[in-house]
Ligand binder design. Structure first.
Ligand SMILES: Nc1ncnc2c1ncn2[C@@H]1O[C@H](COP(=O)(O)OP(=O)(O)O)[C@@H](O)[C@H]1O
Ligand SMILES: [Mg+2]
Length: 411
């Protein structure tokens, strides 16, 4: 949910995707349709030319003297004009009379040429029926020496048929590469921001914390300062500040993972949270097995559990139950299910809860789950997702971690 600026980026992002998809489909469809119209027009043109060509042949072959020299000349012109449509002429007995616009190498043997032409005739037959050429004998008025003209599309027409597909594929490939490159550079940039901000925060916190520690020692050493309660509280706060620094410094580097006992670690987080949240929230941790180990970085893992539990408390409005179930899977995986009986997540928003900046809270930053996802997926090679959620019933988040593939030593 975008707040403050009133501009809903997430809603717009998916609408934009549909618009782009829709427009590309319309363009592709239009382009294919239009080329098809052109192809059909050209086909009609070529067909009528072939008919004319056949007629011209008929006239020139014919020994009909009534045909004037002029018409003969025109006929020859027409025949001469065909420099693009491949044709083969055969007689009724199946002998090849001749071919035009078909590539034949002059070094080929007669048998080879014949073989090629026959094959072409077979394929031409499939596309268009041959045209009959039948010159009329003047004396008998009967046709003599009947021949058949086989033909196919000119190479221009053939190319035009495939053209839109080739063009669209090239555009699609280019679009895909551009999208991938854009996405890649955006992710790289986001990574740099996360890492840079975390490093900087850890670095800046470092100096005042060491200074605070020195002041603590100073107070401890002072025999006049006897308010030990203040010292204890100060110590706790300094400890918490150091923990925060450790978290940020871990996010800013490649954190070390260690095999840790998960039930114990989760319980630690719960006891840390316990005094800080409403007493009307009941929290339980259950392990299906006794000791469950997984590869984690404690500082970062605690952060994740804390974020998810805090969200659960928010969703319940401070009254309810949080249940954490920890299980060992059969395939070197460990599952941590965190369930609450809060208000649930709207089904249309489930996909978005992990996006940075997504929040439904007045004072939310929408970074808690984005951070959790980053920690689990990038630093622990695990998974975190909404396992189930129904409005007013509650939500279950699942974290999947990996454990060491070597069996544990029983100690
Ligand atoms: N357990 C939960 N129950 C209901 N909604 C939740 C729960 N956890 C997270 N959400 C939703 O996901 C959003 C994002 O959470 P988060 O990233 O922690 O940011 P923030 O807590 O700052 O809002 C919350 O605003 C809320 O709408
Ligand atoms: Mg949160």
């Amino acid at each position: 949910m975008a707040k403050k600026d009133g501009f809903n980026l997430y809603e717009n992002k998916s609408t934009l995707k549909w618009i782009v998809l829709g427009v590309s489909l319309v363009i592709s469809g239009g382009s294919i349709f239009y080329t098809n119209v052109l192809v059909n027009k050209l086909k009609i043109k070529e067909k009528s030319f072939i008919r004319l060509y056949a007629k011209a042949l008929e006239y020139t072959v014919s020994e009909n003297v009534t045909i004037s020299q002029n018409i003969n000349f025109i006929s020859e012109e027409i025949i001469y004009q065909n420099n693009s449509i491949p044709m083969i002429i055969m007689d009724t007995l199946g002998g090849i009379y001749g071919s035009i616009n078909i590539e034949i190498d002059s070094t080929w043997t007669k048998a080879r040429i014949n073989n090629k032409l026959r094959k072409m005739v077979a394929s031409m037959k499939k596309d268009y029926p041959p045209i009959r050429i039948a010159p009329i004998d003047k004396a008998t008025g009967e046709p003599y020496y009947v021949q058949f003209l086989y033909y196919k599309n000119s190479s221009l027409l053939t190319q035009l048929t495939y053209y839109p597909y080739v063009q669209l594929s090239v555009i699609a490939i280019f679009g895909f590469i551009a999208y991938w490159a854009f996405n890649y550079s955006r992710t790289a940039e986001q990574n740099r921001v996360w890492v840079g901000m975390a490093k900087e925060t850890a670095h800046q916190l470092g100096t005042p914390i060491s200074s605070l520690m020195a002041w603590m020692e100073h107070l401890r050493a002072d025999p006049d300062f006897t308010n030990y309660d203040i010292l204890t509280e100060l110590d706790k706060d300094i400890h918490k500040l150091s923990l925060i620094t450790e978290r940020f410094s871990n996010i800013g580097s490649v954190p070390k993972l260690k095999e840790e006992e998960i039930i114990l670690e989760v319980n630690k987080v719960i006891s840390y949270l316990r005094p800080r949240i409403s007493s009307k929230v009941e929290m339980t941790v259950k392990g299906r097995q006794e000791n469950i180990y997984a590869q984690i970085n404690i500082a970062l893992f605690e952060w994740v559990i804390e974020n998810i539990c805090k969200n659960a408390v928010d969703a319940m409005g401070g009254v309810g139950k949080i249940e954490i179930n920890i299980m060992e899977g059969s395939d070197w995986r460990v599952f941590i299910d965190i369930s609450d009986n809060g208000k649930g997540i709207d089904p249309s928003k489930i996909k978005r809860v992990f996006s940075p900046g997504f929040t439904t809270k007045k004072r939310g930053w929408g970074l808690g789950l984005a951070l959790a996802k980053r920690i689990i997926e990038n630093y622990h090679q695990g998974k975190v997702y909404v396992k189930s959620s129904s409005p007013d019933q509650g939500t279950t988040f699942r974290i999947v971690l990996n454990r060491n593939q070597a069996p544990h030593k029983l100690s």
